[in-house]
Design a protein around this ligand. Structure first.
Ligand SMILES: O=P(O)(O)OC[C@H]1O[C@H](O)[C@H](O)[C@@H](O)[C@@H]1O
Length: 529
């Protein structure tokens, strides 16, 4: 295709959303002239399914749940008055609570004001707040935000030690929809211990966002925490950033929450249109389908040319992969669907993996995210009249061209700035694109049965460790191999797991296990010290 033809194709297919100032350019995706027409019946079915979902149908059949994240920014669309009230009440409660915190009406026991927020959560209960905080935050925010999003002891030490004395002015927000996620429970207990160590009552510094009656809800109430905010079964974790999960941290940080919700609402309005050519979410889903043959054969590389959007790929990785990575279709057939997502930021990535994108295996399509506004205020001329921002765009356009020359497909999303409104719009765009794509390939986007398998297996590993420790203690002083110990606890087939457990136990002082013998598994001996 000549540059002239490309320019015409660009103008013909450019999807424009004036309400949020976003455009989607699909001209560098090499779909054929009849692709969009050919997909029309499937796309129409996807539109119908989405309409039904928004009206309150059971869109998550396995869990018999409704899917209501679109109501969070348009409560008037909730199918029942009680739901609408629940949403508006939640919004009012988080806003009022944050105002009281900022005003010092809700204050810590031994400091004048809360100045820091520590969020404890994982997956959908962390990624949204992390994206929003990183994209929109600054050193001038009302409160600074920190995260515990793992059960890594050293990771937690780093955050808690970093807070140091400021723990006395830190409000901890524990977020878990189910209220039973082990990583989050562990983070909460470690945070609690850090407060206790400094002579601070954790409950007077803690709030929860969780489902009514969950383990976390009971713990928070039992330990007299400051407040609990609701989370509902009709909001999925990965689409919960506009529930209290994301709104409470955003309010506390002092971000433009109204703009965030309004951006999403405007994008929702634009993506409800039953005309794929004018609907950026439908076009995204169709392009994903085109690129991967409806089977996820190509990976989605997200390349925002803006530091503030660096977490976008991480956020979309969960949204897309947990929603679309499914074994079974809605009819119960094995389909093993999914699209792999990765990315970081441009132009930084040009100095890393873009080499492979241009010349290596052609198993991806790129999505460039272009932000028109360079910075607040004017820029320095770094070379002739050129600014750093001119370079950033130059690198984006240059890389895009270099990929196209080698037959590598890409789309370009252009947004005016990284404001709360834009971030809300981008999140809403991808939420709906994922829903549409799931319909196109006939899967349930709203459950995650595969995640459970790993959790159950982890539970069995910890049970095994319990038996192992009991055995080691009873057989004191006698050094045994992993194989012997596995047999001793009636788990001969689990010798490898037992060996891994023993290596970890002996590398840490917590359980008093000592390792001797050689480096190889068969030579190693373990005993209780
Ligand atoms: O919010 P929680 O119930 O603690 O869940 C946190 C996360 O863990 C689960 O394993 C799910 O795969 C995620 O979708 C969820 O967001």
């Amino acid at each position: 295709m000549t540059e002239r033809e490309l320019w015409e194709r660009y103008q013909r297919h450019l999807c424009v959303v004036p309400s949020v100032g976003l455009t989607l350019d699909i001209s560098r995706m090499n779909f054929g002239a009849d692709f969009l027409d050919g997909m029309r019946p499937r796309m129409d079915a996807a539109f119908q399914a989405m309409d039904a979902l928004e009206k309150g149908a059971i869109a998550n059949p396995d869990e018999k749940r409704r899917v209501g994240h679109y109501w969070l920014r348009a409560p008037e669309l909730a199918p029942e008055a009680e739901l609408k009230t629940a949403i508006t009440d939640m919004q009012a409660q988080v806003a009022a609570f944050a105002k009281d915190v900022h005003a010092g009406k809700v204050k810590p026991a031994k400091a004048a004001k809360f100045t820091q927020v520590l969020i404890v959560g994982i997956g959908g209960s962390a990624l949204g707040p992390q994206l929003v905080a990183d994209a929109l935050g600054s050193g001038r925010d009302a409160m600074q935000v920190h995260f515990l999003d793992n059960t890594d002891p050293d990771g937690m030490d780093r955050v808690l030690n970093g807070l140091g004395e400021r723990l006395a002015e830190t409000l901890t927000v524990v977020i878990s929809k189910s209220g039973g996620t082990k990583e989050t429970r562990n983070g909460m207990l470690e945070a609690e211990a850090a407060y206790t160590q400094r002579g601070l009552d954790f409950g007077a510094h803690a709030v929860a966002v969780t489902g009514d009656g969950s383990e976390l809800d009971n713990y928070a109430k039992g330990h007299k925490w400051l407040r609990t905010f609701p989370m509902w079964d009709w909001v999925g974790g990965r689409t919960s950033v506009m529930s209290a999960v994301g709104l409470l941290p955003a309010w506390l940080q002092g971000l433009d929450v109204d703009g965030f919700l309004a951006g999403a609402k405007a994008m929702d309005a634009a993506t409800r249109v039953h005309d794929a050519a004018a609907n950026p979410a439908a076009l995204l889903a169709l392009m994903w389908f085109h690129a991967g043959g409806g089977k996820g054969q190509k990976d989605m590389v997200i390349l925002p040319y803006k530091d503030r959007l660096m977490l976008m790929s991480k956020y979309l990785q969960q949204l897309v992969m947990e929603s679309l990575g499914k074994e079974l279709s809605l009819d119960g057939k094995v389909v093993n669907q999914g699209i792999a997502v990765y990315g970081n930021k441009g132009s930084t990535d040009q100095h890393a993996y873009v080499q492979q994108l241009r010349e290596g295996v052609n198993n991806f399509f790129a999505t460039f995210v272009e932000v028109l506004k360079d910075r607040d205020g004017r820029s320095l001329a770094v070379e002739g009249e050129n600014t750093s921002g001119d370079y950033l765009l130059g690198f984006l356009l240059g890389t895009r061209r270099a990929l196209f020359e080698k037959g590598r497909e890409s789309m370009t999303l252009t947004v005016p700035d990284v404001s709360a409104r834009t971030v809300g719009a981008l999140i809403a765009l991808y939420e709906r694109a994922v829903g549409f794509y799931a319909s196109l390939v006939n899967i349930n986007a709203y459950h995650q049965p595969g995640v459970e398998a790993g959790k159950k297996a982890a539970g069995r590993v910890l049970e095994l460790q319990g038996k192992l420790l009991a055995k080691l203690k009873s057989a004191k002083a006698e050094a045994r191999s992993a194989d012997q110990l596995a047999q001793d606890i009636g788990a001969a087939d689990e010798a490898e797991t037992v060996f891994k457990l023993l290596e970890h136990l002996s590398a840490n002082g917590d359980h008093g296990v000592k390792r001797s013998g050689g480096a190889r598994p068969a030579e190693a001996r373990f005993q209780s010290a």
